[in-house]
Design a protein around this ligand. Structure first.
Ligand code: HEC
Ligand code: HEC
Ligand code: HEC
Ligand code: HEC
Length: 373
């Protein structure tokens, strides 16, 4: 899945690119004029050394000149939004833009601030999720392995499904009953952190339940496997894993869809009670596995980003910004803007779409704490 997604991005890179970095055929840059422009118009926010003067303002020192020029043109043409920059660039000629860009791009990379936050200062989302999940264990069991009939296990569950299930309770689309008190107080980031935590837990194996017949259930489960995965281990982040789930819960949940007390346009069921019990028995004894790799999911994310933003990566077709040593708040805000389509880059939108706010903060912290290049 991840490979496919990277391939899509790379082919978008090869096909869809028209903005080229400044090449040798571009006119000469006047660095003296560039410095004067920077001094008069930019230094209050970006410094004369290219360091953003407050959190949320990007550093410009040593940034790729092609990328800086693309950005300024994007503000000027209204593709990127920032009031001050839109006003200012409106009055600047293309030569002015090239000159001021030449000045900032030619500055040496910034030294890291002595008080800069380091990646080690920020707990990984998975760890924070573990702390929040403490209150759920009375019902959902140790590490999300439920030991109470009728209560679902959460261990190994797909993270987006987890988030959408919690939202279904909070929005009144599922009845939360005894969970009400614990779910109401959760912040969005708590839910996302817990989703990653539970997704990374190892699901326990279950003995055959008292109800239903796993052997009779296997052939019947053929109608479910296309979505829920072979033997009930889902590979799709919004489709729940059924393997290793409590059988009584599986029965009540499947009947709830069938009897239309729980609604979903994709998940339909019309089986008899006896068939549902057999299918549930079959899934409950299947071996499941974690949907996420816990602490290493953040590392995989960064590995993905390093393909383009890693040390020394260059691309002839696209101006890729340097993000190592960049301001942390600015990075996090830029990533959310791509994800939520407030800043247009189809490539970065695809890259950030699957990521929660907590993973975005992790990536922002990681890059902000690296030395600038
Ligand atoms: C009032 C403060 C302010 C001033 C003055 C200002 N900027 Fe900015 N600049 C910002 C902020 C804030 C952003 C981030 C905006 C966003 O999120 O798109 C930014 C973004 C940029 C970017 C995009 C950087 C990136 O990494 O994508 C460039 C390039 C830039 N500014 C250049 C300039 C230049 C050149 C000048 C002077 C001509 C200037 N700015 C003046 C505040 C300012
Ligand atoms: C008092 C017992 C109790 C507590 C405490 C509790 N839950 Fe639940 N939870 C349940 C029951 C019972 C269900 C099944 C409800 C249903 O049929 O929809 C459930 C279902 C869920 C589901 C849906 C699982 C699925 O496979 O669809 C999620 C997600 C969930 N709980 C998350 C949490 C979280 C997160 C916490 C802690 C913040 C929590 N629960 C605390 C009893 C509890
Ligand atoms: C077309 C795809 C599809 C098929 C076929 C399908 N499901 Fe589902 N199923 C889903 C999706 C998507 C969800 C999540 C729905 C939601 O968010 O409420 C789901 C949810 C469930 C749940 C709730 C799990 C939980 O943790 O709460 C159960 C149980 C379930 N399906 C059982 C079955 C069974 C049994 C079959 C075969 C008879 C089946 N499904 C066939 C897509 C499918
Ligand atoms: C296939 C190459 C590619 C990959 C992979 C990639 N990026 Fe980007 N990134 C780009 C390009 C090109 C831009 C410039 C887009 C634009 O013009 O807005 C960009 C822009 C950015 C920016 C805005 C920088 C600024 O100064 O405003 C951030 C932050 C960023 N990427 C972070 C990431 C993170 C985090 C990941 C991993 C989840 C990632 N990128 C993966 C190519 C990539």
């Amino acid at each position: 899945m991840r490979h496919l997604f990277v391939l899509t991005v790379v082919s978008a890179l090869l096909v869809g690119c028209s903005d080229k970095p400044t090449g040798p055929t571009e006119p000469m840059v006047d660095l003296v004029a560039g410095k004067a422009l920077a001094n008069d118009n930019c230094a209050a926010c970006h410094g004369l050394d290219g360091r953003g003067t407050a959190p949320g303002i990007p550093h410009l020192a040593a940034q790729s000149s092609g990328y800086l020029l693309d950005s300024l043109r994007a503000y000027k043409e209204g593709h990127r939004f920032h009031a001050a920059l839109q006003d200012m660039t409106a009055h600047m000629s293309d030569d002015d833009l090239r000159n001021v860009v030449g000045f900032y791009a030619g500055l040496p990379p910034l030294e890291t601030q002595p008080d800069a936050i380091t990646a080690a200062d920020v707990p990984v989302p998975y760890k924070r999720g573990e702390e929040s999940a403490y209150v759920c264990a009375t019902c959902h069991g140790p590490n999300g392995n439920s030991e109470i009939a009728g209560i679902p296990s959460l261990a190994g569950q797909q993270p987006l499904y987890f988030v959408s299930a919690v939202q279904a309770y909070l929005h009144g689309n599922r009845t939360m009953g005894a969970m009400e008190a614990t779910l109401r107080g959760l912040k969005k980031s708590d839910i996302e952190n817990m989703a990653l935590y539970y997704a990374s837990q190892v699901p326990a194996e279950r003995a055959a339940p008292d109800i239903g017949d796993p052997v009779a259930g296997e052939p019947l489960s053929g109608q479910c496997g296309g979505c829920h995965g072979s033997h009930g281990v889902s590979h799709d982040s919004i489709t729940p894993t059924l393997a290793g789930q409590d059988a009584e819960y599986l029965i009540s949940a499947t009947k709830a869809y069938r009897d239309k007390t729980r609604h979903h346009d994709v998940m339909l069921a019309d089986s008899s009670d006896a068939d549902i019990a057999d299918i549930a028995a079959f899934y409950s004894v299947q071996k499941s596995r974690p949907a996420e790799d816990g602490a290493s999911s953040a590392k995989q994310l960064i590995d993905n980003c390093d393909r383009c933003h890693g040390p020394g990566v260059m691309n002839e077709n696209v101006a890729i910004p340097k993000i190592s040593g960049q301001d942390r708040e600015y990075l996090a805000r830029a990533l959310r803007a791509y994800r939520d389509d407030r800043r247009v880059s189809s490539m970065m939108h695809k890259m950030t779409l699957p990521y929660s706010d907590t993973l975005i903060d992790t990536a922002a912290t990681e890059y902000a704490s690296r030395p600038a290049e």
